[in-house]
Write a new protein. Sequence first.
Length: 353
Amino acid sequence: MTTPAPTRSFASDNAAGVHPLVLRALEDANGGHQTSYGRDDVTSRLAGTIRAQFGERAEVFPVFNGTGANVIALTAAMPRWGGVIATHSAHINTDEGGAPERVSGLKLLTTPAVDGKLTPEGLLSQAGGRGDEHHAQPLAVSITQSSELGTVYTPEEIRTLAGLAHERGMVLHVDGARLWNAAASLGASFREFTTDVGVDLVSLGATKNGVMAAEAVVVINPDAVEGMAYLRKMSMQLASKMRFISAQIQALFDDGLGLELARHANAMAALLRSRLDDAIARGQLGGLSFSHATQANALFAVLDNAAADQLRQSHQFYDWDRAAGEVRWMCAFDTTEDDIEQFIADIHTVLGR
């Protein structure tokens, strides 16, 4: 069997492989027998790491994937009659296959985003109806960090949303599929933009940042949830050999690996954006513009669909809004400067004057 030559993609950071140190962590976890279902030494060590990162009350529940993490976290945060306030573009609304509604029966109360973010006005627009039996009860707020449009909430923005939520008896959940990229962008610890500003629950992503398959729910405020352990099992997210999930997440914390990988992905996105912005300013790339700020590892560009399709013959990437000619370009932990240079050269070939 011939192994295909390595390729690079700008479609998703999910397309990247596994970092060698994560593979080594899996190999290290593979020796001997360990008690199953999370009662192993590796998961115990991860629990200590999570407390150090998010606070002494924090609890960690490793799961298989981000959909599972989001659904379990939100289900634990409210009864079946509860509603979740989120933006229209939130991953839980657009890309979970209806799992929050179908698996848990939760109502999503959506509102438009501004620069990819939930605003205080948007939150308040869906916060009514408490005590009205005809209305799903708004009991949780969910934001994505970094957002679906690659923008990053500041700690103060999150503090404001948390305050509004808590004043109205709601909990604040963070979908942290790219939490490492947000931390790298902010230059802040996880605690500084979660625990310290009022976040109750986090879906801690890892798969997009150099691991094979590992996510977790981090319960920062145990008073905000109920039945997490039972819900994880009921939702088919309880791993028998949990040490192999925990080992991958722990590897990102060891020696700052996760932040290092996220900083690199962000830096590659910033390099691509700056080089293309310069070319646009010099009039070298007609028909190319950007629709959102580049604050993490995602770029959102606008160009003619025919040009995008031509460019896609040599580089993988997704349409975001084909009607608007908007595409998404993602950088990953293993994106190289050579990858960026080749992509820029091909963009010039397609669009250059």
